[in-house]
Ligand binder design. Structure first.
Ligand SMILES: [Zn+2]
Length: 112
């Protein structure tokens, strides 16, 4: 049985869950359930559909830990397709703020 995977929040590779001395991620300390490699799938989805799902998840994440998880997942997907636009609303608004520093953006968590 393959018991390897990665941290859902920071993406660090976990060689074996059985050999972990803690239930927390050894790198970031996350207590969220990690991703098992055996559950890795490829799915056909339109980028716009993915953007909708991620923005909804981002907006309905009630805790900062859940927002971190959604953003981590989105960033791993964005890295796979660097030619596509950003998937998170926070990312899009941060990009807008960099291009138009005088812009005021209210009500979007994570805007830098
Ligand atoms: Zn981690």
């Amino acid at each position: 049985m393959n018991d390897s995977g990665f941290c859902t929040d920071c993406g660090v590779k976990i060689v074996s869950f059985e050999n972990l001395n803690t239930s927390n991620c050894p790198l970031c300390g996350s207590e969220s359930t990690p991703c098992a490699d055996e559950n890795q799938v490829s799915a056909s989805i339109n980028w716009h559909e993915l953007h909708i799902l991620i923005v909804w998840a981002e907006q309905f994440a009630k805790t900062s830990e859940m927002k971190r998880t959604v953003w981590s997942i989105a960033h791993r997907i964005e890295k796979q397709y660097p030619d596509k636009h950003l998937l998170t609303l926070a990312g899009e608004m941060s990009q807008l703020k960099r291009e138009f520093p005088e812009a005021k953006i209210n009500g979007v968590a994570g805007v830098e």
